[in-house]
Structure formats: C-alpha cells, structure tokens
Design a protein around this ligand. Structure first.
Ligand SMILES: NC(=O)N[C@@H](CC(=O)O)C(=O)O
Ligand SMILES: [Zn+2]
Ligand SMILES: [Zn+2]
Length: 345
C-alpha cells in the first residue's frame, strides 16, 4: 500500500504547556489533529472549570488561524476539588475528563492526590454523571521499583477503585506494560487505555544503552521489549478499548539535558509518520484509522471527524527537524532511530 486515507485523527493525551512553549508547539498538533485531550499539569495546575475555560481561550488564541482545532479540556484532580464544579464543567461540555495524578508521579504532579479517600466525593459524582477519569497509573512509594509502578498501581489503586465504583469510566493513560494491556482486555466495561507513539517504538534500552539518552526518558518510563510488543499488539488490534494518546510532552532542552532531567518526549510533529511506519511493519495499515481516529471518539462519546487526511509513502525519507525552536527554548523532536517514509500530504 502506498497511500492511505483516514479520518482526521485526534490525540487523546497531549501536553501543550502555556505561554511561549504553547505558541511554539501548538501548530505541530493542530496541523494534523482535529482535537486533543489537553493535560492540566501546568504550574499552577488547571483545577477549576474557570481555569479550564481560561486555558482553552489561551490555546485557541495560540492556534494558527487557518487550522481548525478543538482543545478538549481536563481538570487536575486535587484533594480539594469541588464535585459541583466538576459536574457543572462536565455538563456544560467544557470539561471532558478529570485527571488523576498520584502526587509526585510525574512532571508537575506535586498538587496531585496523596490519599484517594479524599477524592472519593468527586469520583462518586463523576461515576454518577459519566465523567471519565484519566489516570496516570503509577504508584509513587519508595518501596516500589520504578519499572513496577504501573503493575502495582493496577493492583493496589485502580482495581480496588473500580470495584468500589464500577460505574466510573476510567482511561488508563499511556499504558506501558503487558500488565496494563491485559488488565484492560480483561475488563467488561468502563475501562479503556491510551497508548503513546514512542512506547510502540522504544524499549528501555533506548534510554540506557550506549550512554544515557535524556530525550528517550519519559514517565511512565519505557519498559522491556516484551511490554513494547504487547502494546503494539493491542494498538494494531482495532480493539475499541485502545486508542492514541501521544503524550507529546515538550520540555526545553536544557531542562532535559542536565543532572536531573525532566520526563517527557516530544512527538507531535512526526507522530503520524511514526505510527504509519509501525502499523505497516505489523501488516495493519488498515487498522490505523481505528487507533488514531475512531476508538478515541467512541470512548469519549464524540462523533469521529468527518474530514479526511491522506498519508503517502515517499521514495525518500520524510524530513522533519531534529529540534523545534520555541520562545521557551529549543525542544528536541523524538527520533525513532529509523527513517520515516510515510508523510501526511
Ligand atoms: N509523560 C511524561 O514523561 N511527562 C509528562 C507528564 C506525564 O504524562 O506523566 C509531562 O508533563 O512532561
Ligand atoms: Zn502521565
Ligand atoms: Zn502526559
């Protein structure tokens, strides 16, 4: 196959940041994607509906006038989140989901939830009204190995929560393990998972072999090859419970290339080329559309985009910059370590 026409994709997990970084990265998403679930982990975080509404306006103001792009807003769950505000935001259509960050799990998560009991009134209300909970599914206690954080989160936090509130709709975001895939596949209802572009391509060797490679460091951290293979099998399966969330997470290079580098990989600009490559390798180009454009909207109760995009396989490798320049500094682009031939035309 040399050409593929699919419905315009959406990104179900995206970090756009704010200010100069937002202005520098937004077009790389809005060029190809119609909508994206926008992560609320700004400093300070997007906690209330009013915060989300103001952030949405800033995103729209930064979007190039000739791009049509709809930011789908989320609220950052804190132990003080007001159930009434969540309900009002969700019912108005502004808020599409609420995000659970276990405190300390990842970039800008210090206001996250320490004690899930304190968030129960909000979670109960969300279960009642059908508002999805997006979770960064990792425990953060020092006794758990970083490579086991996701599996332990499922056992100790997620499964008990879902048993207690079976009506709560949960998106397990950026699934990185076979444990996560198997847990989602075993579920009967109200659970889905997003998978990033980079976790389909790299395993933990990318970070550690031949020198430490900060631009392959993200959270949840890439795991062993067996896990990557399980993610790939799920992504290309067309199972409605799995869809794309790039987790494209820009950090200016000096914040990654240092003694305590930030977690996050920037993939917005070449994600579709990478995904077409992966799906072609798996003999599953006919299922790319389900992953990028159909399963996500179905889960979030939205119509799939009507507009189409065309991917075409080029003779020469696709050219994309190694870094983008932003007002907040240069941001290194994800290097899949192989040439890409599929381009959005
Ligand atoms: N994925 C990452 O490595 N980083 C994200 C946070 C997150 O999604 O956990 C970020 O905000 O930089
Ligand atoms: Zn996360
Ligand atoms: Zn993220």
């Amino acid at each position: 196959m040399q050409e593929l026409v699919i419905r315009r994709p959406d990104d179900w997990h995206l970090h756009l940041r704010d200010g100069g970084m937002l202005r520098g990265v937004i077009a790389d998403t809005s060029r190809h994607f119609a909508r994206a679930i926008i992560m609320p982990n700004l400093v300070p975080p997007v906690v209330t509906s009013a915060d989300a509404s103001a952030y949405r306006e800033r995103i729209l103001a930064a979007t190039p006038a000739d791009h049509s792009f709809e930011p789908l807003m989320t609220l950052y769950l804190t132990e003080g989140t007001d159930p009434h505000d969540v309900e009002a935001g969700f019912k108005s259509g502004l808020v599409k989901a609420v995000k659970l960050y276990p405190a300390g799990a990842t970039t800008n998560s210090s206001s996250g939830v320490r004690d899930i009991e304190k968030a129960m009134p909000v979670l109960e209300r969300m279960a009642e009204i059908g508002a999805p909970l997006c979770v960064h599914g990792e425990v953060t206690t020092a006794d758990v190995d970083i490579f086991d954080r996701e599996a332990v989160f499922i056992e100790k936090v997620l499964d008990p929560l879902r048993r207690r509130l079976p009506e709560l709709r949960v998106t397990m975001e950026h699934v990185t393990t076979k444990d996560g895939i198997d847990y989602i596949k075993a579920s009967k209802a109200n659970l889905a998972g997003s998978i990033t572009t980079h976790h389909l391509i790299i395993n933990r060797n990318a970070i550690l072999v031949g020198g430490i490679k900060p631009h392959y460091y993200c959270l949840p951290v890439a795991k062993r090859e067996t896990h990557r293979l399980a993610l790939r099998a799920a992504a290309v399966s067309a199972d409605r419970r799995f869809f794309l969330g790039t987790d494209s997470a820009p950090h200016a290079d000096p914040l990654k290339e240092c003694a305590c580098g930030c977690a996050g990989i920037y993939t917005s600009i070449n994600t579709l080329s990478c995904l077409a490559h992966v799906f072609e390798e798996e003999g599953a180009l006919d299922r790319l559309e389900a992953f990028t454009s159909l399963n996500g909207p179905a889960w979030y109760g939205l119509a799939a985009n009507e507009e189409k995009i065309t991917l075409r396989k080029q003779q020469e490798p696709v050219r994309y910059p190694a870094k983008i320049e932003t007002e907040a500094g240069p941001v290194t682009v994800f290097d899949p370590m192989f040439p890409l031939y599929w381009a959005v035309v």
